[in-house]
Design a protein around this ligand. Structure first.
Ligand SMILES: [Zn+2]
Length: 237
C-alpha cells in the first residue's frame, strides 16, 4: 500500500513537472532566439487558400502591415501573367543555382493558389522577433518538399523594423514587406542564399519588391543597380 502511494506521488510529480517544462522550455528557447514562435496569434489575412496569422505581440500598425503585405503578395501570385513575369525577372537576375521556372511556378501555386492538399488552407504564421540588429526577417529552412508539417509556413518579422514606432526607412513600405514575406516563405520551401545576392531567393525578392520591373543584373557590383543593392541588400533576411 505504501509503495503504491509512493508510486502515485511519483506519477503526480512527474506529470506536474512535464506541464511546467512544456511551458518553460519554449519560453527559455524563445528568449535565446529573440523570437516568439508560440501562440497567441491572430488571423490577419485569409483569402482563398492562403491564411496568415500574426503574433499578438505585434502592434496594431504592425498587424496592419502584415495584412497589407499578405494581400499584395496574394494578389500578385494569383495573377498568372504577373506570377510568370516575376519568376522570369528572378531567374534572369539569378547568377547561381537557378531553379526551373516550372518548379518555382508549381510551388507558388501550391502556396497561394491551389490547396496543396485537399481543401486545407496554407497557414503562414509570422512570429514576433525583437532586438536583432540588421535582420528584418527570418524563415525556417524547409526540405523543399511541400506540403510539410500540416501546411504550416513559419516566418518571423523583426518588430524593430516596421510599424509606426520604427525608425527604419522602409518601415511603412508595403512592397518591401510583401517581398520580405515571400523571401521568408521561400526559405520554408527549401531555398537558401549562401551569398547575400545573386541567388534566386534574394533576386526574386527584389523582383517582387519592384513588381518585376527591374533590369537584368550586369555583374554583381557594377552598373546602375548599386543604389538598389545598397538599400535592399544591406539588411539580412
Ligand atoms: Zn534569407
Amino acid at each position: 500500500m505504501k509503495s503504491q502511494i509512493k508510486f502515485l506521488k511519483f506519477l503526480l510529480i512527474g506529470f506536474l513537472l512535464s506541464i511546467i517544462l512544456m511551458f518553460a522550455v519554449p519560453s527559455v528557447a524563445e528568449t535565446f532566439l529573440n523570437t516568439a514562435y508560440i501562440r497567441p496569434r491572430t488571423l490577419v489575412f485569409a483569402k482563398g487558400n492562403f491564411w496568415v496569422y500574426a503574433h499578438n505581440n505585434f502592434s496594431p500598425s504592425q498587424q496592419t502591415m502584415i495584412k497589407s503585405a499578405s494581400n499584395k503578395l496574394h494578389e500578385q501570385m494569383n495573377n498568372p501573367s504577373q506570377r510568370s513575369k516575376l519568376i522570369d525577372c528572378g531567374l534572369r537576375r539569378t547568377v547561381r543555382a537557378k531553379p526551373s521556372k516550372q518548379v518555382v511556378d508549381n510551388q507558388l501555386k501550391q502556396v497561394f493558389v491551389n490547396p496543396a492538399s485537399g481543401n486545407r488552407p496554407i497557414k503562414a504564421t509570422v512570429a514576433y522577433m525583437w532586438g536583432e540588429k540588421e535582420v528584418v526577417g527570418r524563415g525556417t529552412l524547409g526540405s523543399g518538399e511541400f506540403p510539410e508539417k500540416g501546411d504550416l509556413l513559419r516566418v518571423a518579422f523583426n518588430s524593430d523594423y516596421f510599424g509606426d514606432s520604427s525608425q527604419f526607412s522602409l518601415r511603412n513600405d508595403v512592397d518591401y514587406w510583401s517581398a520580405t514575406l515571400l523571401h521568408e516563405i521561400l526559405h520554408n520551401l527549401g531555398y537558401e542564399h549562401p551569398q547575400p545576392k545573386g541567388d534566386f531567393i534574394t533576386e526574386f525578392d527584389l523582383c517582387v519588391n519592384f513588381n518585376g520591373s527591374i533590369p537584368q543584373r550586369f555583374g554583381l557590383n557594377g552598373g546602375t543597380e548599386d543604389n538598389i543593392d545598397d538599400v535592399y541588400f544591406r539588411m539580412r533576411k
